[in-house]
Unconditional design. Structure first.
Length: 241
């Protein structure tokens, strides 16, 4: 983990308000994700709360599924879950609920936590899994949790799946262009497994006047060598200027 961050080049951008990062195994997408997390190190004492949102791969979900546990544990230690914010979210939005079964097997959020533990000091997390029909709920939840500079929004998503490398590059370039243009309606399900969360973030970013930045865009053929059936990975940040 530390080697991935040390190998990544941090930009000179201001503190990110939001990141889009991939969630495949570290050997595949780790270098791409690190290009985003490396930018947090200069703000390690600023960011104290992280909203983690990604797709539910292992079950049907209509809305946003969260967890009632008090902390998440990784080999690097434990991270508190902001249960006060979660309970407030559930009380305000009927389509936000506890679903421990969806979180038990899910990797899309868990793989982000060690990166955060290395890049930041003390912080809490708000884990949310988004269903495929939950765009309005995602946008409302992100607005509610927006906060100030202490709050970072992290959207976990891989891009295109199981095309040859050349085809994947074309699809992922179109997805990146839509993100950079802040055009959520130009992003569809075949372009990203976490497209619902991405579209919610892009819509919120547009409303808040954030500026998107492309940090890395590759696929598993670039990191693992196999180019006939690849998965696309992109890293993006969103800043106030």
């Amino acid at each position: 983990m530390l080697n991935l961050l040390d190998s990544a080049s941090a930009s000179s951008e201001p503190c990110p308000k939001a990141l889009i990062v991939p969630h495949a195994g570290y050997v595949y997408s780790g270098p791409v994700a690190a290009s985003a997390y490396a930018n947090l190190r200069s703000f390690r004492d600023v960011i104290t709360r992280v909203v983690l949102m990604g797709p539910a791969h292992y079950g049907e979900c209509h809305g946003l599924a969260t967890t009632a546990v008090e902390q998440w544990r990784t080999p690097l230690g434990s991270v508190p879950v902001d249960q006060d914010a979660i309970k407030e979210l559930i009380a305000k939005f009927p389509h936000v609920f506890f679903r421990e079964d969806l979180h038990e097997r899910e990797h899309s959020l868990e793989v982000q936590v060690p990166f955060l533990q290395v890049a930041l000091d003390q912080f809490s997390i708000i884990p949310l899994l988004a269903g495929e029909d939950s765009e309005d709920v995602v946008l409302s939840a992100l607005e509610h949790l927006w906060g100030g500079p202490e709050t970072l929004l992290v959207i976990s998503s891989d891009l295109s799946h199981f095309h040859d490398s050349m085809t994947a590059r074309g699809i992922d370039a179109a997805t990146a262009a839509a993100i950079l243009a802040l055009e959520p309606n130009e992003i569809s399900g075949h372009q990203a497994c976490g497209q619902v969360a991405i579209k919610g973030l892009v819509g919120a970013a547009r409303g808040h006047g954030l500026h998107p930045h492309s940090l890395d865009l590759r696929n598993s053929g670039d990191t693992s060598g196999r180019r006939d059936r690849v998965v696309g990975y992109g890293a993006f940040s969103f800043t106030q200027n």
